[in-house]
Every structure is written in C-alpha cells, then in structure tokens.
Design a protein around this ligand. Structure first.
Ligand code: ADP
Ligand code: MG
Length: 700
C-alpha cells in the first residue's frame, strides 16, 4: 500500500482550485496520459522548458525596445477609445523620471483597467516593450502589481509545454497550488552522495524548477533536475534489482545433457554458425546447466541470426525432457520464426506447435492438450501464450523476441507458467548500452555482432520524392532483371486507416505500371491473407510488395534485394534500420532507396545522412539518441525516454551507473528495504510508480 504521506501528491488534479473535469481532460493530454486521471504529482513532474527573465529593471530611458523589462511607472491618464469606435485600443499613459510609456489594451474592459491603474499611483509592470511611432509602449503587460505586491512578481518565470486550450497562466497557477501540497518526505538518497553531487532535496528540487531564481536553474543539467532524474533512475534500477532478486530466490533447475539434440539441429543447418552465434550458444548452455535462473539478453542486429540461437537454446532444455516457449509480438514474426524453425526441427526430431489468436476451435484445443501432456517441445506464439488456459507440462525456457514491446508484467506472466523458468530475451533493435541498463538492469548480455557470411553491403541512397518518376523507371528495370522489391509506404501519424489509404493508392499506381507483379500487404488484412501475400512474394510469384510497416520486423525473404521507403523522413532511425535490414539477406547486391519530401530540416537531413553512411545498428541507435538530444536543446522536445518522466538519457545517462550500483548495494545490505533508508526508498518507488516491485518484497 502506498504510504499515506504521499496521498496529497496522488490526489486528483481536480482537487486544485480552478480545475474542473473539463480542464482536467486537457491536463491529461498535456501529460500524454489520456486514459489516466491527472494527479498532482503529474503536474509537479511537468517541468518547464524555458523561462521569461524579468530581472532587467531599467528606467524608461534605458529600456531596449523589444526586450522583456520590469519597470516602475506612475499612472498619468487613461485614453479609452471613442464611444463610436470601441474597437480601437485602450491606452494608458504612464511615466517615470526619465521618460514615458504607453500601455495598450485591445478589447479592454474599462472598469477593470481603471481599478488596475488608478491615476497618480505607482505600478510595477513587466512585459515586452516596443517602439511605436517613436513612443515606447507595452501591449498587454504580462504582470501588473503595486508596490506592496512587488515580492509576488516572479523575476524568473517558468514557461511550460502547453496543449491547445490550456494557456500558461492557469498552468502556472495550478503548479503553484500543487507545490503547496508537497509533504515533508524522508530523504531516500544517501547523504554523502547528495552532498558530493550538490543535489537539493526532492521537494527543493521541485520548488527550484517551478520557481527558478536563474534561467539556468531549469536546465535539465541543473542540480535540481539532475536530482529528480537520479531519483527516477534509482527507482527504476531498484525495481529491476528487486524483480531480479526475487527471481533469484526462486530456485532454478539445471537443464543439461550431452548436447545431442543441439548437434542434430546444427547438422541440419545449411550453413555454419557465426563465431558470435557459437559464443552466444555456449553462454546460454552454461547458464542453463546452472541451478540458478538465467536472465539473458541476446542482442543482435537485424539479420544477425538470433532465431537459430534461440532454437539451440530450446533444444538444450528439450533434451533434458522439458519444454520451451518462443513468444513474438506479431503474427507475421511468429510465422517467420516458424518458417526458420520448422524444417530444422523436423530434421532434429523436435515437436513444434504454434499458438496465436488465429488458432481456434479444435486445433487450438488439441494444441493445448498436447502441450499439457508434454507432447509439444517448443510452442511458438504471440501474446496468446500467456493466456490463462495455456498450461505446459514442464516449461523450462521462455524466449521472448522483440522484448521492448512487452512489459515486465507480460514477461513475468510467461515465466510463471513453469517452475524455475529460464529466460532468454531476443532484441533486434540495437539498444545503446545506457538503455539496456535502464530497461533490463544487470541482465547478462550476449551480442551477435557480425552478420552471417556472404552478406553484401546495402547501397543506400536518399532521393527527393519529386524524382518519383525516375525511381519507378529504375524499379521497372530491377523487376525486369527478376529482382524482388519491397515498397514501404508512408507512416501517417493520425491513424492506421490513413496509412492504409496511402499504401493502397501507391499499390494502385504501381499496378498500372507493373501489373500482376505487384502485391499489397498491410496490418488490417486477415492473418491468412497476409501469409498468402508474403508467401507469393517469397516464392517469386509476385516481385513488388507494397507494404505498410507490418514488414518491419522479422520478415525474411533472402531474394528481396531492393527496399524503397517512401517518406523516409517520417520514420524513426531504428525503424528505418529495421526496414532496410529486410534486404541484403541473400547473396545478391542490395539497394535501399529512401524517398523524402523536400525540403528537409537540419535534423531530418542529418538522420537520413546517417542511414546513408552506416549500416551499423549500434551506431545508428547512438546517433539517434544524440540527435534527439540536440532536438531537445533546440526546444523541439520530444517526450523523453519511453517510461521516463524526468530523466533524459542523453543528458542524465551518466547517472545510470551510480544508480545501478546504489540499488545493488542497497539491496545487498537491506534486501527487505526495512532500514530507515529502505523505508524512505519505498516512498521513492511509489513516487515514480515502480511500486510493482514492492509487492515482490512481501510475496517473498
Ligand atoms: P534476426 O537476428 O534478424 O532475427 P534471423 O534469425 O531471422 O535474424 O536470421 C536471418 C537469416 O539469416 C535467416 O534466413 C537465417 O536462416 C540466416 N542465418 C542465420 N544464421 C546464419 C549463419 N550463421 N550463416 C548464414 N545464414 C544464417
Ligand atoms: Mg528475428
């Protein structure tokens, strides 16, 4: 249960004055969490992107027109618009010892202004100044206060990201109110560490970020922001370490054998394993033989051959008389794995079955029954695998492909289907080290760094869409040579339907040129239709496959040698890399054409240039992170890292290793989080919603 101390922070936003259900909806959008009610903590973690600096307090004579200034003036006169021209501006003349300043209000309420600016009184104004007809003026001052209220005028005012319908002032006001709700919290960070880093307390960090004294106070690199980022990273590392410690306390079971089945699979391969595949298999076999649980990440670039390694891992536990499961996020990926695995399994005598949403009725019942009887050695499937009704006789190994699409819950759900289940996670998206750490903690890692022998480099080119005609001609020549071509259609952000429309349009267009050689595959097709389209392309019955991004992961047609990506500028770098990895799999020379709509912005240009310059997925991933970082600095902030609210890995990544070490050391000394610091740390886990892990503590 959440400590009640934290209740005020988790109270609904509507508890704040002025926020009703309607506004609350806008705040949800602002927080990017449309389906969860907004809470006070969300507002506090909604950090400023900039400031307005009002510290300049010149006399009127010294005001630089166009700048933001705070001035002290005396009200001289009001000049309301003439009664017959109410749309003209309302002006107020003011002065100080050195000059005059005209205030201008449009659509003003006379009563209101007369109250705000009594003639002869001193007022402090802050806003943007301008020169108009040789006279200094200020249109709609941001702030107007009397001498007594001067201390309430924020000299450095935070600016927040906003959303349509929600303006700065209400967000500031709400944030002010939220700040008053922060309770006195126990300090969960190590005192010496805080001092060394110069970090403020959690509450002070929030106060500084929302009440900066200097514009630099709100930079992500500031002590205040870094403190919160470190809090968040530590919460994440602690949660991961708890999950891991929990899994370790559950005894593992060694699965070993002479490697007879593995040898049979290897003998059935039409190629030999690469060096790093061999090494990964060795790592896994060693892990599996140990009585502790294995949690290993197999990280390998697109086409590096992870499926075979997974199959060899499965063969190891199967030889020990147990079962394995391979879970992938999409139907197509599942079929793809099956296509690789089935012929090998047949030769090696492994019994493989499939389970996805598509298997229904009697087939499904049969599969489930055989599974529970132990007549299936390896079950390959989608999310369907962790449904209630799926019961193994003795699941020993869970292999999860494309891990980043599955959550921790789902991982755990699969692992619970057996006793002491070992886990192997396959990831095709190269993840920079720093990210591996945040998402997996100290998971063991095997890397497939080289590509299988015989792969050719892919010739990547960027071409503006206005040369589409030439591209189509070129594709025509490639088709005449018998080559096979993927054509991936633009990603349209708004909806899947518009993606589809774009793909269908391109399909119709290309069909006019190339007739029956052209086919279409997209995410809204029925599974069987998708398979058939893929199969026609795979056998060469069709040569040009127009696709939405459904082909992104896993599809393996070695004969395909041309990849066209339309509106490449709309895709993420790692997505482009995945897509490009669909070609260059066979021995033929491959080409990737990145079509873009000119003109490109600086960042987009740099991104496409990276794609052109390298095929190294690790480098692409690092560059992607870096470019996104620069985008942030330029103010086009994207919403940080997945799963992180305040930490930005490109800026706070260096705090990750200390957070991991801190978490590890803490749990060694205080495995139940029972010491005073342990108790304080529980608060931290709740604050960043990593409290799932606390339940594991209690479950023992
Ligand atoms: P990914 O790592 O992207 O999942 P796959 O496991 O799908 O890669 O393998 C891609 C292709 O490479 C498959 O056709 C597979 O049969 C082939 N392959 C795997 N290992 C080797 C190897 N050592 N030598 C040659 N081809 C291989
Ligand atoms: Mg794969």
């Amino acid at each position: 249960m959440r400590p009640s101390l934290l209740d005020p922070l988790f109270a609904a936003l509507t508890a704040l004055p002025g926020i009703g259900p309607k506004l609350e909806k806008l705040y949800r959008r602002l927080f990017g969490r449309e389906d969860t009610p907004g809470r006070i903590i969300d507002l506090l973690f909604h950090l400023p992107v900039g400031t307005i600096d009002r510290r300049s307090r010149p006399e009127l004579r010294d005001v630089v027109p166009g700048s933001v200034a705070t001035v002290a003036v005396t009200v001289e006169s009001h000049r309301p618009p003439p009664a017959n021209r109410p749309r003209l501006p309302y002006r107020i003349e003011t002065f100080d010892d050195t000059g005059t300043l005209t205030l201008t209000y449009l659509h003003a309420k006379r009563d209101y202004l007369e109250k705000l600016f009594p003639i002869g009184e001193l007022r402090y104004l802050s806003g943007t100044t301008a020169l108009y007809d040789g006279a200094l003026q200020m249109v709609h001052p941001d702030r107007v206060v009397s001498e007594q209220e001067l201390d309430k005028l924020p000299m450095v005012e935070p600016v927040y990201p906003l959303t349509e319908g929600l303006t700065l002032n209400p967000v500031r006001k709400a944030t002010e109110a939220a700040l008053t709700k922060i309770p006195a919290l126990p300090e969960w960070q190590d005192a010496a560490w805080l001092q060394r880093q110069g970090f403020p307390s959690f509450a002070d960090a929030l106060k500084t970020l929302h009440h900066p004294a200097e514009p630099t106070d709100i930079l992500p690199a500031s002590a205040a922001w870094s403190r919160l980022a470190y809090d968040e990273l530590l919460a994440g590392q602690l949660a991961l370490a708890l999950v891991r410690a929990h899994q370790r306390t559950l005894p593992g079971r060694g699965s070993s054998g002479e490697g007879r089945l593995r040898a049979r699979v290897i003998a059935a391969l039409p190629y030999s394993l690469t060096l790093s595949q061999g090494r990964a298999v060795d790592d896994i076999v060693t892990d599996l033989a140990r009585p502790q649980r294995m949690i290993r990440l197999l990280q390998g670039d697109v086409g590096s051959g992870k499926t075979v390694v997974a199959l060899l891992a499965a063969a190891t536990v199967i030889e020990a008389g147990r079962q394995a499961a391979l879970m992938a996020p999409t139907e197509i990926l599942v079929r793809q794995h099956l296509a690789t695995i089935t012929p090998l399994a047949e030769k090696a005598g492994l019994r493989v079955a499939v389970l996805t949403g598509r298997e229904r009725g009697k087939d499904r019942t049969d599969t489930l029954e055989r599974l529970s009887l132990g007549e299936i050695d390896l079950l390959v499937g989608t999310h369907a695998l962790f449904q209630e009704e799926v019961a193994f006789r003795d699941l020993a190994l869970a292999i999860v492909d494309e891990q980043h699409r599955f959550g921790v819950h789902q991982r755990l759900a699969l692992v619970r289907k057996g006793e002491a289940v070992d886990m192997l996670v396959l990831t095709a998206t190269p993840i920079p080290r720093t990210l591996v750490l945040t998402s997996f903690g100290d998971m063991e890692i095997s890397e497939l760094r080289e590509k299988p022998a015989g792969r050719q480099p892919i010739d990547t080119r960027t071409i503006a869409l206005d040369r589409l005609g030439e591209v189509i001609e070129g594709i025509g020549r490639a088709l005449d040579e018998g080559r096979r071509v993927y054509w991936v259609c633009p990603l349209v952000a708004e909806s899947e339907t518009s993606d589809l429309a774009a793909a269908e349009e391109r399909f119709a267009d290309l069909k006019q040129h190339f007739g029956a050689k052209v086919d279409l595959v997209h995410g809204q097709m029925k599974g069987a239709d998708k398979d058939r389209a893929m199969a026609r392309f795979s056998t060469g019955e069709t040569q040009l496959l127009v696709a939405t991004t459904v082909i992104e992961v896993g599809v393996d047609v070695p004969e395909a040698t041309v990849m066209v990506i339309e509106h490449a500028e709309r895709f993420g770098l790692s997505q482009l890399h995945q897509l490009r990895g669909r070609v260059g799999r066979g021995s033929g020379h491959s080409t990737c054409l990145l079509l873009y709509r000119a003109p490109l912005g600086e960042t987009a240009k740099a991104r496409l240039a990276i794609m052109r310059d390298t095929e190294d997925g690790f480098r692409i991933a690092e560059e992607d992170l870096r470019l996104r970082g620069e985008g942030d600095l330029l103010g086009t902030r994207q919403s940080g890292m997945p799963g992180f609210r305040v930490a930005r890995l490109e800026l706070h990544g260096k705090l990750l290793a200390p957070a991991r070490d801190d978490a590890a050391l803490t749990l060694t000394r205080d495995p139940d989080l029972a010491t005073p610091r342990g108790h304080a740390l529980r608060h931290l886990l709740y604050l960043f919603e990593r409290d799932e892990a606390i339940r594991l503590l209690r479950a023992g």
